[in-house]
Design a protein around this ligand. Structure first.
Ligand SMILES: *Cc1c(COP(=O)(O)O)cnc(C)c1O
Length: 604
């Protein structure tokens, strides 16, 4: 189970996100059953780092599955998504006077406004215009309070608020696109009357707003519970958070009842296993004492990792067996009683919750006296989010078995005819590279990896002599021009990102251009922690388009492990055609002119 190269991880299944989006979309029906009324749209709410699941990959998966747009609480969350290269509409709705409104407007982030912030937004538009952006204009949605008592314009203040919005729209400073409100008790079906009262108040507010503005607006009211239980609240759009993550908002009603699949699994492995006598105190306060001689397992996650201290007797799986927490959950760890006959060893896989064990985040939430929303959202920063795709190949966010994160911001495909074009391409790419850049290079024997890297080295102006690094693991080619060195690595024999980092690459990466052959799923870690939204790298996949020598399938070393890819491996004297797919990940590559690298584009 713990085949991931991490000691602990929140494993996020992007296929489950897509499944949940599609299954939620299936529920959305036009409010009037005539052909003119469109189906409601779905806003994927990815605030709080997608409820702890990783905002960027989740946002991409949700959009790929048909979500219309994204929703977040803070403008800064929206700006991070923009920096990651996401261009879908994003709504942000919780501001203070310190919110960077001008930045938001410049990045085309739609702003939910409740009162004072409407004029602050208009002020930011004027400031942008004074600074030279004559076209600046803010897109806003009006937020109405229909009973929740938090944000939103109160009914009594509505006439003035709507009139002001109309005035600013007339003046060309804002464009009012939508109107929304938030429900207070939709998760409690017994309190349908209160939800109904909010819905009616909202519809009155919509009337006021549309009349004042003189045009229609996107009306949105439903959160996950209302999306699942109140079709009459779907209107033009629903705002779904919890449901995306495959969790149920209704106490005691499992998400599976709604066809939703849990997205997060919290996994680790045992840090220790030991035999103890009867009467052994366990963890702080000795709140648990063994009744008889037994075997204790140590689980290396604690409240610093978001495992609630109060979840005393929460369930978990150790090597597929059901156990419960024994004694206090501490900051970094807790203990399980494995029983006197236990045969598990350190490293035995542990799942606290997730589809494999069938244990839900709800069970942990219940043990801790909280809700599943809080449980997943508070998984700590010390736990890497590892994005996988159990339908790998079925979606554009597929990843390999190593569980690397993210989706490319750019993808360029092209054909390279022979050595000259391959090296010319590499030389052009070298012109874009700078110290700190990481390039993962994959390709069969004879696909041209060494030819490519030689061209890259020439373009970077490093010392010659580039051969396949198979024998040496890693080779440094110092720059002869005061630029970055080229570090050329073969990761084929390495099993994990940790092993790769252990080779000392971490020390050279910042000052070099690092090319890692067979580093897919590992080398990305060099470019930054998987959770770091700024982590950026390139992934180049070369394949031979036609026959040629060396027909070994995968791996540079052939079936018996004795064939090595020396510098003539890629038929450096032939004019074979190769297909190259260059995928760029992270904000570093969002703007670079990668399309210009194409030598001669064939087909599409
Ligand atoms: C968080 C939030 C949502 C999403 O709620 P879920 O119950 O997770 O679907 C929708 N709208 C607003 C205004 C929110 O703050």
């Amino acid at each position: 189970m713990n085949e991931l190269p991490f000691e602990r991880a929140a494993v996020i299944d992007l296929a489950a996100v897509r499944h949940n989006v599609r299954s939620l979309l299936d529920r959305l029906q036009p409010s009037e059953p005539d052909a003119q009324t469109p189906r409601p749209r779905l806003m994927a709410v990815v605030k709080a780092d997608a409820y702890g699941h990783g905002a960027e990959p989740v946002a991409r998966a949700a959009l790929a599955a048909g979500a219309d747009r994204l929703g977040v609480a803070h403008v800064r969350e929206a700006l991070e998504l923009r920096q990651a290269g996401l261009t879908a509409p994003i709504l942000a709705w919780l501001h203070t006077p310190d919110t960077p409104f001008a930045e938001a407007i410049a990045a085309d982030v739609t702003l939910g406004v409740s009162g004072w912030d409407l004029d602050a937004v208009a002020g930011a538009v004027r400031a942008l215009r004074d600074a030279g952006d004559g076209q600046a204009r803010a897109r806003v949605h009006l937020k109405l309070d229909t009973g929740l008592g938090r944000h939103g314009c109160m009914p009594a203040d509505r006439p003035a608020f709507c009139a002001r919005a109309a005035e600013l729209e007339q003046a060309g400073l804002v464009e009012v696109d939508g109107v929304f409100s938030h429900l207070g008790v939709a998760d409690d079906p017994e309190r349908a009357a209160e939800t109904e009262a909010q819905r009616e108040e909202f519809l009155r507010g919509v009337d006021d707003a549309e009349r004042a503005l003189g045009h229609g607006l996107i009306r949105h009211l439903a959160n996950t519970p209302a999306t699942l239980s109140r079709p009459d609240t779907h209107l033009d759009m629903v705002r779904v958070g919890l449901g995306l993550y495959g969790l149920s908002p209704f106490e005691g009603v499992p998400a599976a009842r709604f066809g939703l699949r849990p997205v997060m699994s919290l996994r680790t492995s045992l840090a220790n296993v030991k035999r103890v006598p009867a009467g052994q105190g366990v963890s702080y306060g000795f709140r648990h004492r063994t009744q008889a001689a037994t075997v204790l397992g140590l689980v290396p996650v604690g409240y610093a990792d978001g495992v609630p201290r109060l979840a005393d007797d929460a369930p978990l799986h150790v090597a597929g067996r059901s156990c419960t927490v024994a004694g206090r959950i501490a900051m970094d760890q807790f203990v399980v009683d494995l029983g006197p006959d236990a045969s598990e060893a350190p490293g035995a896989p542990v799942e606290l919750f997730g589809p494999e064990s069938g244990i839900t985040a709800d069970a942990w939430a219940a043990a801790a006296g909280t809700i599943n929303y809080e449980l997943v959202t508070r998984i700590g920063a010390r736990v890497p989010r590892v994005h996988v795709d159990t339908e790998a190949g079925g979606g554009n966010d597929a990843v390999d078995g190593h569980g690397s994160a993210a989706s490319p911001v750019r993808e360029v495909r092209f054909q390279l005819d022979g050595v000259e074009q391959t090296q010319a391409f590499a030389g052009r790419l070298a012109g874009l590279l700078r110290a700190g850049d990481v390039l993962v290079l994959t390709g069969d024997l004879g696909a041209g990896k060494t030819t490519f890297t030689q061209g890259l080295g020439r373009g970077l102006g490093v010392r010659e002599g580039i051969i396949s690094p198979t024998f040496v693991l890693s080779r440094i080619h110092p720059s002869l021009e005061g630029g970055p060195d080229l570090v050329h690595v073969d990761a084929y024999r390495l099993g994990s990102a940790e092993e790769l980092l252990d080779t000392g690459l971490e020390d050279t990466v910042a000052g070099s251009v690092t090319v890692v052959e067979w580093g897919h799923g590992m080398a990305e870690r060099l470019a930054g922690h998987p959770e770091d939204p700024r982590a950026s790298w390139l992934d180049l996949h070369l394949t031979r388009s036609s026959g040629g020598k060396g027909d070994q399938d995968e791996g540079p070393h052939g079936g018996d492990g004795l064939v090595f890819d020396f510098s003539d491996e890629d038929g450096a004297t032939t004019d074979e055609t190769r297909t190259a797919v260059l995928r760029a990940y992270g904000p570093r590559w969002a703007q670079e002119p990668l399309d210009d690298l194409v030598v001669e584009r064939r087909g599409s």
